[in-house]
Design a protein around this ligand. Structure first.
Ligand SMILES: *Cc1c(COP(=O)(O)O)cnc(C)c1O
Length: 389
């Protein structure tokens, strides 16, 4: 490319930044003001490495050591924790460590039917086969896991290395009974990983309380961090020693972390947001989020033009609707299925994928009553505009 053309890569404005955001991926990843400051201050490459002696988690200034070894395990309900590059890297680290420690090959892991693609590619990359639970009508039940474990044992002649529960799943925002599912798994002496990409940083969640052995979270999805960044917690000294085993060639470098993970603005924004994130996940605040989500769902269902999929009453801010009214409009308007995106853009609402009308997911996290009302009223306005109600 000519030098002049390269200018196009310079500062690029993001036109949706000031919109009301209802994209489940983004609602809980918005930076706090402190994190936005940290992003600028620590944005230069390797900025946190000034006082590092080779182990990121032991850096004292900035206080990464206190964060990783005190605040984070306490927050996750684990004995040990690390900051990783994402939820997926955390899952891969666990799976790879278990696969590496296994006596033989041909291992597998059991996952819920709603498992995220990143859980599957993590398993593939770790050389593990996957047995999924059957797709349930509603939420995943402990019995579904029992069946999947038995299916796996029959097929592979041995138990899986791990069971993984997506908590909640990222489509419907269903919270399965993690405690019972963990208990089922433990009856077979199989460790449990909780994929909390949509839980950690949004709602109260503790690996120990739920009986999980590992928990992963996503900083850029649910912890108000710029990312890529994630968190990984582990219960039990033995499991921690296996997961965080060190290189034979460099005594301070942890193998599954490839020696070092998040080293710059991502971890600094994660830490800068943490006081607010720790506060917002307290039961009193989360209950309010759920209350607001339920109010929104009721208002939408009262129109007769929306139906919630999944647990109802709902227990999470991620929600999936069937919207026959919007679908019917898409069939009669010129812009077709892109009409909804256009209408919402006019109202400065961002986050429903362009082209979706019949089914879509959204989130009300952190918006508060006023903005949630605005969204509900906007949906209703659109239905009215096209004579659907
Ligand atoms: C978003 C998401 C992930 C991926 O998180 P990263 O931190 O981007 O790796 C994993 N699992 C679920 C259920 C998700 O929704």
């Amino acid at each position: 490319m000519a030098a002049n053309d390269l200018q196009m890569f310079q500062f690029i404005k993001r036109d949706t930044r000031h919109f009301i955001n209802i994209d489940p991926l983004q609602t809980a990843g918005l930076l706090t003001p402190a994190a936005r400051d940290a992003l600028l201050e620590w944005g230069d490459g390797y900025s946190v490495c000034d006082y590092c002696n080779g182990a990121l988690d032991l850096v004292k200034k900035p206080p990464i050591q206190e964060f990783v070894h005190q605040a984070l395990p306490e927050f996750l309900g684990t004995d040990a924790a690390r900051v990783m590059n994402g939820a997926r890297e955390s899952k891969f680290a666990v799976m790879h460590a278990l696969a590496a420690a296994a006596a033989d090959k041909n291992n597998y892991i059991v996952m819920d039917a709603w498992a995220h693609y990143s859980s599957k590619v993590a398993a593939e990359r770790a050389g593990l086969d996957i047995v999924l639970t059957e797709k349930p009508d509603q939420e995943i039940m402990p019995g579904d896991f029992l069946k999947a474990i038995e299916t796996g044992i029959e097929k592979f002649g041995k138990k899986p290395l791990l069971t993984l529960l997506t908590y909640p799943d990222g489509n419907y925002g269903n919270l399965a009974d993690a405690r019972k599912i963990a208990a089922v798994s433990h009856e077979f002496d199989i460790p449990v990983l909780l994929n909390g990409a949509y839980a950690v940083g949004r709602m109260p969640v503790s690996a120990k309380d739920l009986g999980a052995d590992y928990i992963v979270g996503s900083g850029h999805k649910s912890m108000a961090a710029c990312g890529p960044v994630g968190v990984l917690g582990v219960v039990g000294e033995e499991a921690a020693a296996q997961l965080f085993r060190k290189s034979a060639h460099n005594k301070v470098k942890e193998i599954e972390l490839l020696g070092c993970t998040s080293r710059g603005a991502p971890i600094m924004t994660l830490m800068a947001s943490f006081p607010e994130v720790a506060e917002r996940t307290k039961p009193v605040h989360w209950e309010k989020e759920v209350h607001l989500a339920r109010g929104f769902i009721k208002k939408m269902e009262d129109t007769g033009k929306f139906k919630l999929f999944g647990q109802n009453p709902h227990n999470h801010d991620v929600m999936f609707f069937e919207a026959p009214g919007f679908f019917s409009i898409s069939e009669k308007t010129k812009r077709g299925r892109y009409f909804l995106y256009d209408e919402l853009k006019n109202k400065q609402i961002h986050g429903i994928k362009p082209g979706l009308t019949k089914n879509f997911k959204m989130s009300t996290f952190g918006l508060g009553q006023e903005k949630i009302d605005f969204i509900a009223d906007s949906f209703i306005d659109i239905l009215k505009k096209y004579d659907e109600i």
